[in-house]
Write a protein that binds this ligand. Structure first.
Ligand SMILES: [Zn+2]
Length: 437
């Protein structure tokens, strides 16, 4: 009995410590702001660096979600009013949704065996990587794990390569590259990548998906930030480096890629959410992706990066509102994926497929632009996953992980089908014809 009481005391002590250590978002509000004129749109854009835009709209009539600290709310509302901007406070205390998700995460946590995966609760980084390693160990004939780099704090960043074997012809198999977790508060992204791994490797009914197409999947590329969102600050977005001479921690990895770096929609001030870093590729996490892709770029035919939220499949260019020369293909293939997701969705997902700078806002230094501009991967998408069947924002409840990962896998299969037809079947057919002639 005494032992039990002591144990209880220790537990309460740690629980209190955890609560004290956490950054609180008590009375932080979410404003939904809808611009109705071009001037209002421009004005909203001018606030991007100062406030935390969870969802940024560039389109007249489409809402932006902005989180505002209690001490800034009066000033923020005054500014909106001066510009006749329509707004609504949709959440008046962000901390309550954070706590709700935390409680649900604790309740849904089951003891996970080493190397197991779950889509019923959010996993720790170490658990996610233990799964990746276990898959490589259990299926050496089709999966291999590689350390593609280390985070600033020295954690290994892993990539799983999935292949049924080398091409038996002179044409190498096309490859699909997938990463997730660049923005660490977007918790739903890594489970999506892990589910794709599970389905491709462990579900034998999907064998055809790895027959002619190779896959490279890095399920969580910002481990320092991800762990920080679990221990200290749920809404952390950047990595965890304090660059020399900077006032604040963290570089936005999705502004740090070296194509048209700092052109627009990125900040040079370290305390901003969209701080692009002291130079392009200044960060070990973005370099890890670059250094793996470049030597493999000729084989990679599709780049997918998972983010949340917004139900959008976005394609370059993002640095400025211009289309790439293959914009029609990007739109069409994106729509195939969106249709596949929507037709299987159990949470009413409704995707928009669009050019990111035109539909959303210009943001230079993002990985999808770099994939096209420097790595010359013509098909490149940022997928903004759903936030659940209600606006849970980044705090999607654990019970909705499974519906999201399942429907997203349908979209990934549509992407695969296109890649296989375009870069394998067509090539094989033409090779056959040449052979017969
Ligand atoms: Zn993101």
């Amino acid at each position: 009995m005494i032992q039990f009481r002591n144990l209880l005391r220790v537990l309460v002590f740690w629980a209190t410590l955890i609560v004290i250590n956490c950054t609180s978002y008590n009375n932080y509000a979410i404003y939904k702001v809808i611009p109705e004129t071009k001037n209002q749109l421009e004005f909203l854009k001018s606030l991007h660096e100062k406030f935390d835009f969870w969802k940024e709209s560039r389109q007249i009539g489409l809402p932006s979600d902005v989180m505002v600290a209690p001490q800034d709310q009066q000033e923020f509302e005054n500014m909106l009013n001066r510009n006749n901007l329509q707004y609504e406070v949709v959440i008046n205390n962000v901390e309550t949704i954070i706590q709700k998700q935390k409680v649900e995460t604790l309740l849904t946590r089951s003891s996970l065996g080493l190397g197991d995966v779950t889509f019923n609760s959010f996993m720790y980084y170490s658990e996610q990587m233990a799964y990746v390693r276990r898959v490589a160990e259990d299926y050496p004939d089709k999966a291999s794990v590689e350390t593609i780099g280390q985070s600033y704090e020295g954690t290994d960043i892993l990539l799983l390569k999935i292949s049924s074997g080398p091409s038996e012809t002179s044409t190498p198999k096309p490859m699909i590259f997938i990463d997730a977790g660049i923005h660490c508060r977007e918790w739903i992204a890594p489970p999506v990548a892990l589910y794709i791994i599970q389905q491709l490797v462990e579900n034998t009914t999907n064998a055809a998906l790895i027959e002619n197409v190779d896959w490279a999947i890095a399920p969580n590329v910002n481990p320092d930030g991800y762990s920080y969102t679990q221990t200290t600050n749920r809404l952390w977005r950047k990595n965890r480096r304090l660059a020399e001479g900077d006032a604040c921690y963290g570089i936005d990895l999705n502004r740090n890629f070296g194509y048209m770096w700092m052109f627009d929609g990125a900040s040079n001030y370290s305390c901003d959410q969209t701080y692009a870093g002291p130079s392009s590729f200044s960060e070990p996490e973005s370099r890890a992706i670059r250094d793996w892709i470049l030597p493999n770029k000729d084989n990679i035919k599709l780049y997918l990066t998972f983010h949340s939220y917004g139900e959008m499949i976005l394609y370059p260019w993002g640095y400025a509102p211009i289309y790439t020369e293959n914009a029609d293909d990007l739109q069409r293939v994106g729509e195939l994926a969106a249709e596949a997701i929507e037709s299987s969705s159990t949470i009413n997902s409704n995707y928009t497929v669009a050019n990111s700078a035109i539909f959303l806002y210009p943001a230079a230094g993002a990985s999808d632009d770099w994939a096209v501009g420097e790595a010359e991967i013509k098909l490149s998408y940022t997928v903004e996953l759903p936030n659940g069947d209600a606006p849970y924002y980044f705090m999607i409840p654990a019970r909705q992980i499974l519906p999201v990962v399942q429907e997203t896998f349908q979209g990934v299969q549509a992407f695969h089908k296109y890649i296989e037809e375009e870069f394998w079947t067509t090539n094989s057919a033409s090779r056959m014809r040449k052979f017969i002639n």
